[in-house]
Design a protein. Structure first.
Length: 155
């Protein structure tokens, strides 16, 4: 297999690490402790504007940076998941390879395609009422840009 750690940038490794730790209960506990410590120091600093500014500035900076770190991590995770799903479609006999680039479609195209699959689900549910099985592979026409559906076979 590939040595992926050698190709990752420092930012990739850092953002993954921060995102992983940010979601842990220990991190929440630490953040809560910082806020409690700040509250306890209020009387010491006379609840001054500087005392309030300290927590406001710290939380604003942390929030600002976390948005970019977490977004970066989510982008990588989403790309990896998309590639895995593409591989499953590619490797599944009878699957529509034309669906490999769904993320590149317009919202209207995706809505049309989703409507087709929702129709298929409704048909399957109505058949279940008659005790039919819903494990078949009925055809679902694929119509990009509202074009006439080419016959891609069964799903």
């Amino acid at each position: 297999m590939h040595d992926l750690s050698a190709r990752r940038t420092w930012f990739d490794r850092f953002s993954k690490l921060v995102a992983r730790h940010a979601g842990r209960s220990a991190t929440f506990t630490l953040a809560t402790a910082v806020v409690l410590l700040w509250l306890l120091t209020g009387p010491l600093f006379g609840y001054s504007d500087t005392w309030q500014l300290a927590i406001n500035t710290a939380t604003t900076i942390v929030t600002f940076l976390m948005v970019f770190l977490i977004q970066h991590t989510q982008n990588i995770d989403a790309q990896a998941m998309q590639i895995k799903m593409d591989e499953l479609i590619r490797a599944t006999k009878g699957a529509h390879n034309a669906l490999l680039d769904l993320e590149e479609m317009t919202e209207k195209q995706l809505d049309e395609l989703r409507d087709q699959y929702e129709d298929l689900a409704r048909q399957a549910h109505s058949q279940l009422g008659g005790e039919d099985v819903d494990t078949g592979s009925p055809e679902v026409p694929y119509r990009p840009n509202g074009q006439a559906p080419p016959r891609l076979g069964k799903i």
